[in-house]
Structures are given as structure tokens and as C-alpha cells.
Design a protein. Structure first.
Length: 414
């Protein structure tokens, strides 16, 4: 059995009040994503380790998030959103305190792994909570705003970490994260009602993979992998490409990062509104997925091959408008396709995103000319993702399909 339906009608208009706490968490998680990268030289010097060893702090966060997210998403689907959000937020707070108190690499790596687990539990629960508590006419807008807050955090993470490390020391960045998280916990207590989206299904490990049994969602997850192999795999080398093409300084490349954030925010908010308008007209099959793939191909091509710096920078914005819109539409689909496994499905989006990023970066790295590799892999895979979006759209048009039951007794009865 899945999540019991709500007894009260979902709001048809967007309201900020119920979502300020989860938007704040998304902003903090976005900030945490790139917070450590500029701190690595300072951390390695202070702790007396190499920079490659200090980089284990980044690996621990990403690896734990990618591996644990689907399993912790299932915990959210079974234990309820409120409990998961509160425990995850508390763990996130404690992990940053532990990082700030670290006097050796081992404790710092463990603290970053705990932060990854906290984000893996809380992130999918947030997206599922938004999907469950908003009406169809504003769901995309609300998810898009959440993604915009996350993107803002990502843009600010690098300069914030650098500033605090320079003004105080690297531990100040983690103290800032902990202090910022502290007021969010009581906000969650007030805004997430007791028993919100509490599911009644059993906590069985095989339910983690049930979302892959839904045809449209399975195709969507595969498209997500390919899209992000093009998107974030190519982005891994974007700074190298722009520096080689236009001899940009490190400072200038930092300003390009602002354009990345602007594009993501615009794409998230515009994508959410377009999705809402489509649903108002009775179109629930998300026809925009293919469009975002095509737009991504255009953005990457402009960035790599654009005739001059201005067209290349326009390409960066187009690139991440496509990225923001695509992610928002995917979250909307994950929440609608599998009502009893919303958080688990959302978590699989993140896991396949990381998988795609690794595959894309690996593929580009095979080219001796990274500019050529970025263009070929980025544009080609973006077009493959666009074709995959057409297939997802066709599957959705054929009608809703149930998620295969995760209850073994139901299989016996049938």
C-alpha cells in the first residue's frame, strides 16, 4: 500500500509560508555542494596532508549521497516526511559541527560522509513533500523555486568558502553552515504537520528498485543519466575550454560561474511554470523533456564553438537554462509517476545524475583535445537525451501505469 490520500484539497495557488523551511534547507544543501572545493589547499596545509588526500572529503560526501539516497528515500516513503526531515536536518547540523571541530583528516572525512547521508535523506523527502502538498496547477512552479534556491546555494558556495577561509579559517565555513541550519529545525516542526505523508507500506529493501518497474520512470531515469553525462560531464571541462579559447583568468572563470547559476535559476522557474500551464491544459505528459535536450545541445555547441566570447557566454546561460528546466520537469515526473515511492524515485534521479556525470567526464577525458571532446560528447549525448525525452513523452501519453507491488503477499494473491 502507498501513501494515504490527503483528506483536504491541495492548494491551487502558491503560498510561500509552508515552504520557507524546506527552501532554506535546499539553499544550504546547494551551498554545501561546492563549499569544500576552495578550502582544500587550506585544509591540506592545516592538517598536514596532501591536497589529493584532503579531496577525500569531497569524495566521501558525493559517494555516500549517491549510494545511500535511494535507500534513505525509501525510509522517507515509509517513515513519513516530517520524521525524515527532522532527523536529516539534525544530522546535517551535527555533521557540520563535527567538521568544524575536526583536528585530523579522519574525523573530517567521516563528518563529510555524515553530511552526505543527511542530504541523501533530506533532499528526496523535500521534493516528495512539495509534490504531495501542492496542487497540479502550481506544483511545477513550487518545485522550480526549490531548485532555484538550491542553485543559488551552489553559486554562493565557492565564494563563501573562500571568503570565510581567508577572513578566519576553513573551519569557519562549517560553523557558518551549522549556525544557519540551527533555526531551520524549529521551522520544520511548525511547517511540516505531524503524520505528513506517512506511508503504511513495509520497509523492504527490494522496494528501493520498484520505481524501475514503471516504464515511463525507467526511461526517464535512463534519459537523466544520458542528459547529465552531456550536461555535467561536459561542465567538468567547461572552465578548461573557456580558458583555452579566450585566455580567461581564474577570476573571470568565477564570474562565468555566476552565469551558470543565473541560467539554472531561470530554467528552474520557467520550466516549472511551463509545466504548470501544460497541466492546466490537460497535458500531463511533460512534452518539454525533449526540448531541454535540444536546448542543451545548442548551449554546449555555442559555448565550445561560438564565434567569440559573447556568444560563448550566451551559450553558457542557454546550457544551464536547459539544465534547470530539465531537472524541474524530472522531479515533477518522479513525484507523479510513483505516488507511493516519491522520495525513492526522486533519490534515483540524484543517483543517476552522479552516474551520468562520471560517465560523461570519463568519455570527454578520452579525447586528447578536451575542447573537441567536450563538444562531441556534450552535443551528441544531449541529442540522444532529446530523443529519449520523446520516448518518455510517448510512454506517458499511452496512459498511467501502476508501480509493481512491493508486497510479496499481493503477488501470491494474484
Amino acid at each position: 500500500m502507498g501513501t494515504p490520500p490527503s483528506t483536504s484539497p491541495l492548494p491551487a495557488r502558491f503560498r510561500w509560508g509552508p515552504y520557507t523551511s524546506v527552501f532554506a534547507l535546499l539553499f544550504l544543501f546547494g551551498t554545501e555542494t561546492f563549499l569544500v572545493s576552495p578550502l582544500l589547499p587550506t585544509i591540506s596545509s592545516d592538517l598536514g596532508v596532501s591536497e589529493s588526500a584532503a579531496a577525500y572529503t569531497v569524495t566521501a560526501y558525493v559517494l555516500v549521497y549517491a549510494v545511500c539516497a535511494p535507500f534513505l528515500g525509501l525510509v522517507s516513503d515509509r517513515a513519513g516526511r516530517r520524521r525524515t526531515l527532522l532527523v536529516g536536518s539534525a544530522l546535517f547540523l551535527l555533521s557540520n559541527i563535527a567538521a568544524a571541530l575536526s583536528d585530523g583528516l579522519a574525523l573530517l572525512v567521516v563528518s563529510r560522509a555524515l553530511a552526505g547521508a543527511a542530504a541523501a535523506a533530506t533532499g528526496p523527502a523535500i521534493w516528495a513533500h512539495i509534490s504531495e502538498t501542492t496542487g497540479a496547477t502550481v506544483r511545477g512552479r513550487t518545485l522550480g523555486l526549490g531548485m532555484a534556491f538550491f542553485s543559488c546555494g551552489q553559486v554562493l558556495g565557492v565564494p563563501l568558502g573562500s571568503f570565510l577561509a581567508g577572513a578566519v579559517d576553513w573551519r569557519a565555513a562549517f560553523w557558518a553552515m551549522a549556525i544557519s541550519t540551527l533555526p531551520v529545525v524549529p521551522m520544520l516542526l511548525q511547517q511540516i504537520p505531524t503524520g505528513a505523508a506517512k506511508a503504511v507500506g513495509a520497509l523492504r529493501a527490494r522496494a528501493v528498485f520498484a520505481a524501475w518497474g514503471h516504464g515511463a520512470l525507467r526511461k526517464s531515469l535512463l534519459v537523466n543519466t544520458v542528459f547529465n553525462a552531456a550536461n555535467l560531464g561536459a561542465y567538468t571541462f567547461m572552465g578548461v575550454v573557456l580558458a583555452e579559447r579566450f585566455d580567461l583568468s581564474v577570476t573571470a572563470l568565477g564570474l562565468v560561474g555566476v552565469l551558470v547559476g543565473v541560467g539554472s535559476i531561470v530554467g528552474s522557474t520557467v520550466g516549472g511554470r511551463l509545466g504548470d500551464r501544460a497541466r492546466v491544459r490537460g497535458r500531463t505528459d511533460l512534452p518539454m523533456l525533449a526540448m531541454w535536450g535540444l536546448l542543451l545541445a545548442v548551449g554546449i555547441a555555442l559555448t565550445v564553438w561560438g564565434p567569440g566570447l559573447i556568444p560563448a557566454l550566451v551559450g553558457v546561460v542557454v546550457w544551464f537554462v536547459a539544465s534547470g528546466g530539465f531537472v524541474t520537469d524530472q522531479q515533477t515526473l518522479a513525484g507523479a509517476a510513483t505516488p507511493e515511492l516519491r522520495a525513492t524515485s526522486s533519490a534515483w534521479l540524484t543517483s543517476t545524475l552522479y552516474a551520468g556525470t562520471g560517465i560523461g567526464a570519463w568519455a570527454v577525458g578520452f579525447f586528447s583535445d578536451l575542447t573537441l571532446g567536450t563538444a562531441v560528447i556534450g552535443v551528441a549525448l544531449a541529442l540522444v537525451a532529446a530523443f529519449g525525452g520523446v520516448r518518455v513523452n510517448a510512454q506517458l501519453r499511452r496512459g498511467a501505469e501502476p508501480v509493481p507491488s512491493t508486497d510479496p503477499m499481493s503477488a501470491e494473491r494474484s
